[in-house]
Design a protein around this ligand. Structure first.
Ligand code: TTJ
Length: 636
């Protein structure tokens, strides 16, 4: 890395703009944006680690939902910035896009989704305290809503080096300021996997007995694959592929007996959920290496056609991580790598390294190719079966699932379908709906584990088949979004663990098999109320979350209505509402709120699902054994 020079800090914009339009800088002011602040700060410490000066990052969620991040790096520079005439540390926190690591020699290899830096966090925080120890002591500076309230000053002697930041997100900006420890945990685990040897700790001080969680993996991506495949049956050992240079490539993969493929890709530690050139390069390389090997060793004969990529990826778990100086991000969520040079490079690295591996491990090579051949046969059989069905359906007109209560509206622009968990809720929804444009499909019985299922079996599955038929646009490569029968697909499930699992599973299904439906924003989550407030002579008031409940109780108090005089009902499930209540609170377009599912949400569900299947099968089994209701919903 070139010598750090405070001149490198590029001055771009003030912080007022950030407070005015926070979404432009951190995506949203929802829970997602709130967590993004942490990633922005942690990324700075990760950069210091990538530069080789830091190996430990400690994060704490403090009791008041402030976040503390500490590293053992060199400390943020304290000297006076020549152009600005203020300490560099102040520049980093007050000038947009400052950081000294943008452009030029030292490039920013880590980075949050937007890579906007610490000044954005400062702009969106009620208070930020930064302490930097450079060997000559501990120096501290404090900000409030972006403005310096306490200038840089020495607070004590200190010989150790490092940086510590404490920030409290601004409740005027964020919809919620309560941190979810699990969300942070998942991200830090991922970061530790992606940065071999880096130790990240997390402690939730809000708990009664806080315990520090440690994420530290000497195996890097190989540990990541091991983690995901923990409860799967391996077909070969974990294969690692690495290449240094202008673009750094780091890949780990392993085949299992599963039918689905699990591909995760990253650019500069950012999860590229839409993939891009690095992932395309990997896929092509994988296909070519296996086909070349199969030809060379006569597993594929001259008359045989090549194995297809889809077949070669059946059952694979692979993580592809690249580091690149100037990544170009494209796509709806700006998480699709566009740099064309990454395609050729990853492709050739994979062909080169994987081919050598296969030649040295003929037994493993044979096992994977056999698996691909059987995948290919299954796919061919499924295609033939589908064509048969299609021909039949032309003659017999399309069949709709028996449980579907369709609407009269035939134009998808105006129609919607509620997919409802549970028969009783399904009954209320059927009674309560407006049948002119609302269709109801109740789901019942065992939920299919999409992980363990080939695409042909998905069609046949008694739970998913009605969903596929009702939507009417096919699945997988055959999915045609122009054929959908409803413009809105609304998931309605209880606001409990069960409901959340159903949502995760359905979103995973849509993400994997009907991606355009998600991409084009056709999927919604219904928001049933959690509480009902009632009082004689007063119209019932519905509350949709704890915060909403508190606000409405306060509003009533302001009108002189005492809390004690109000009856409160907590809804445990959709089944507790009658059809009119369900219509009024959750289905009437005039009064309901729907949350539109973003591609990121579905990708997140898919990831949670992937990890759930990997990591938590045993605890989950125990849980299921204690929950009879749960058993019918999950196929374990
Ligand atoms: C830059 O080059 C000179 C020595 O210090 C380098 C630096 O920036 N180090 C650094 C920054 N270490 N840690 C940070 C940092 C840590 C946190 C938690 C937050 C921020 C904004 C920066």
């Amino acid at each position: 890395m070139a010598d750090y020079n405070e001149n490198q800090i590029q001055v771009l914009e003030g912080l007022e703009a950030v407070r005015k339009r926070p979404g432009m800088y951190i995506g949203s002011t929802s829970e997602r944006g709130l967590h993004h602040l942490v990633y922005e700060i942690v990324d700075n410490a990760v950069d210091e680690a990538l530069a080789g000066y830091c190996n430990e990052i400690n994060v704490e969620i403090l009791e008041d939902n402030s976040i503390s991040v500490k590293d053992n790096g060199r400390g943020i520079p304290l000297g006076i910035h020549p152009k600005m005439g203020i300490p560099a540390i102040e520049v980093v926190y007050t000038i947009l896009h400052a950081g000294g690591k943008f452009g030029g020699e030292g490039y920013k290899v880590s980075g949050g989704l937007h890579g906007v830096g610490a000044s954005v966090v400062n702009a969106l925080s009620e208070k930020v305290t930064v302490e930097s120890c450079n060997g000559d002591g501990a120096f501290q500076i404090t900000f409030e809503r972006g403005k310096v309230v306490e200038k840089l000053h020495k607070v004590r002697e200190e010989t150790k080096r490092g940086t510590k930041v404490i920030f409290k997100p601004d409740s005027e900006i964020f919809e919620t300021t309560i941190y979810n420890a699990e969300t942070l945990e998942t991200r830090f685990r991922e970061m530790a996997f992606l940065n071999k040897g880096l130790k990240i700790t997390l402690e939730d001080k809000r708990e009664e007995e806080p315990k520090q969680k440690v994420f530290h993996y000497e195996g890097g991506l190989a540990s990541f694959v091991e983690y995901i495949n923990k409860n799967k049956e391996a077909v070969c050992p974990i294969i690692s592929i690495e290449s240094k240079g202008d673009i750094e490539v780091d890949i780990a993969l392993q085949y299992t007996t599963a039918y689905s493929e699990t591909l995760l890709s990253f650019v500069n530690n950012i999860n590229t959920i839409e993939g891009g050139t690095h992932l395309d390069g990997f896929k092509r390389g994988l296909t070519k290496a296996f086909n070349d090997y199969a030809r060379k060793f006569n597993i594929l004969k001259d008359k045989d056609s090549n194995l297809q990529g889809d077949d070669i990826r059946e059952g694979v778990t692979a993580i592809v991580s690249v580091r690149i100086r100037e990544p170009e991000f494209e796509g709806q969520t700006k998480t699709k790598l566009g740099n064309s040079e990454a395609l050729g490079l990853v492709n050739s690295v994979v062909i080169d390294k994987l081919s050598s591996y296969l030649e040295e491990h003929p037994k493993e090579a044979k096992a994977v190719i056999d698996k691909a051949l059987s995948a290919s046969r299954a796919r061919e059989a499924a295609r033939k079966a589908r064509e048969l069905v299609r021909r039949k359906s032309v003659l017999e007109s399309t069949t709709l699932p028996g449980k579907l209560a369709d609407c009269t509206e035939k134009n998808a622009v105006r129609s919607e379908i509620y997919i409802v968990e549970g028969d009783s809720a399904g009954g209320s929804a059927k009674q309560g709906r407006d049948r002119t444009f609302q269709a109801i499909l109740p789901l019942w019985g065992k939920m299919l584990n999409v992980e363990k299922t080939r695409v042909d079996k998905i069609y046949d599955n008694d739970k998913l088949n009605p969903v596929i038929l009702a939507i009417g646009a096919g699945i997988g490569n055959d999915f045609d979004v122009s054929k959908i029968r409803y413009g809105k697909v609304i998931l309605m499930a209880d606001a409990d663990v069960d409901g959340s699992h159903i949502r995760t599973l359905l979103l995973t299904f849509f993400f994997r098999y009907m991606k355009p439906l998600v991409e084009e924003g056709h999927i919604y989550i219904a928001q049933p109320p959690l509480f009902k407030l009632s009082k004689k002579g007063m119209e019932d008031i519905y509350c949709y979350n704890e915060h909403d409940l508190e606000t409405k109780l306060e509003e009533l108090e302001a009108k002189g209505i005492k809390r004690e005089s109000i009856g409160m009902q907590r809804y445990k499930g959709l089944g507790e509402m009658n059809s009119e209540q369900l219509w009024e609170t959750t289905m009437n377009p005039e009064t309901r709120t729907l949350v539109q599912v973003k591609l990121e949400d579905a990708a997140e569900a898919d990831k949670i699902f992937t990890v759930l299947m990997g990591e938590e099968v045993e605890p989950r089994r125990e849980f299921i054994e204690q929950n009879a209701k749960y058993v019918k919903n999950l196929d374990v």
